[in-house]
Design a protein around this ligand. Structure first.
Ligand code: ZN
Length: 400
């Protein structure tokens, strides 16, 4: 497992400087004062990390909360990101979109927030009307998307104690209000196939599951991954006017199914969050590269970076951490340059033997996809802007 704290003294130093600085409004880079108004002068440090790409980058999958919202700008600068889409603060039931609004104001205008429907009351009287009303209110208040999580389909029950399937008709209130308001649905259902597979030596993520036994869904109390995927596809197929982003490269479907869904449903997209270890594996990278090149306008860059009070991803050891205040004193916690640089090398080079961004997922190395420049531009920037309808930043127009 990689030692993140020791990855690059220069980067650790940057992390420490950011941490000690507390809450600076901007990060002073070696190349000049950070500013979000122009990519050309902002975050030279970040763009220097790219092997080839020289355009702007949006991370369309990250998680902050009210306790870390004030640090968003310094993290974006450290990573060389123009902006980010914040999906959810990892609290369940979710706080309303407008709760803690003052904390989020510090992260504007570079952070774009999503609405998380509160499914914890599904089946109670008026719950569907509330889902509709709350989504529309969030859209009016500036939400750029709607986030749904894997509890839907795995362990979420309705008021009567029955499992809520991903294609439960009571959720039509969400899909329809999203279509009306133009908000895309960013959805993670199911999980990695290894999390449903027997816990034996053939399980490629056995070590990770030993460390996190709560992530294993292979027992009879859960539906199969195949059933969850079938329910999910039924929703995408039956709501052609609703935009969907299947997080984690299509909710961990097989590559052939990701390709088939992208080819079948113009309203379907996928993101790249937490899946590089699988995408770049020896038996996968050529197939994955072909899927992306076949659908260059449908794949969206996202990392699943989590900086919230209870959780960090990546943490100092490259995996997850359940944070406490003492862990927060570690400079490695803020050492994100290596995490992002591993993403850039994977997408932009053809190198073999690359370390993937989340060592906890397994010890193997990955092969870079060496995507063409115009595909990188779509992946890193244009596709997220189009799907999430993000406001244009001066000088960074989206291609039509
Ligand atoms: Zn996530």
């Amino acid at each position: 497992m990689a030692d993140w704290a020791a990855s690059d003294p220069q980067d650790s130093l940057r992390g420490r400087l950011v941490f000690i600085a507390g809450r600076p409004r901007t990060l002073q880079s070696p190349h000049g004062v950070a500013s979000h108004s122009c990519f050309g002068t902002r975050s030279m440090m970040g763009s220097d990390m790219h092997p080839r790409y020289r355009g702007p980058v949006m991370d369309a999958h990250c998680h902050y909360d009210a306790t870390t919202a004030g640090r968003v700008e310094e993290i974006l600068d450290l990573a060389g990101l123009e902006g980010a889409v914040h999906l959810w603060d990892v609290e369940w039931p979710p706080p309303g979109f407008e709760a803690e609004g003052k904390a989020w104001a510090e992260a504007l205008p570079r952070l774009h927030r999503c609405h998380v429907p509160d499914l914890s009351r599904l089946g109670e009287q008026g719950s569907e009307a509330a889902l509709d009303r709350e989504l529309r209110a969030a859209a009016a208040a500036g939400a750029v998307g709607v986030k749904l999580w894997k509890n839907l389909g795995l362990w979420l029950d309705d008021a009567a104690g029955e499992r809520v399937s991903v294609d439960d008709p009571r959720l039509d209130a969400i899909w329809e209000a999203a279509a009306d308001t133009g908000l895309p649905i960013a959805i993670h259902v199911g999980d990695a196939p290894a999390f449903f597979a027997p816990l034996d030596q053939r399980n490629p993520r056995l070590e990770e599951l030993r460390a996190h036994p709560e992530w294993w869904y292979g027992s009879e109390e859960f539906p199969s991954l195949r059933q969850i995927h079938e329910e999910f596809e039924a929703v995408v197929a039956s709501h052609p006017n609703t935009m969907f982003v299947g997080l984690h490269f299509g909710c961990f479907m097989r590559w052939a199914d990701v390709d088939r869904m992208l080819g079948s449903y113009p309203n379907y997209h996928v993101d790249t969050a937490t899946t590089i270890a699988d995408m770049g594996a020896d038996d996968a990278w050529e197939t994955v590269r072909a899927v992306i090149l076949g659908h260059p306008d449908r794949v969206i860059f996202g990392t699943d970076l989590i900086r919230t009070k209870p959780f960090d991803l990546p943490s100092a050891d490259g995996g997850w951490a359940v944070g406490d205040d003492s862990a927060r004193e570690s400079p490695a916690r803020w050492d994100l340059a290596e995490f992002f640089s591993r993403h850039w090398r994977f997408f932009e080079t053809s190198e073999t033997g690359l370390q993937h961004p989340l060592p906890i997922q397994g010890p193997w190395t990955v092969t870079g996809l060496d995507l063409p420049d115009e595909v990188l531009r779509g992946l890193y920037w244009d596709n997220a802007h189009r799907v999430f309808k993000l406001p244009r930043t001066a000088g960074l127009e989206v291609r039509s």
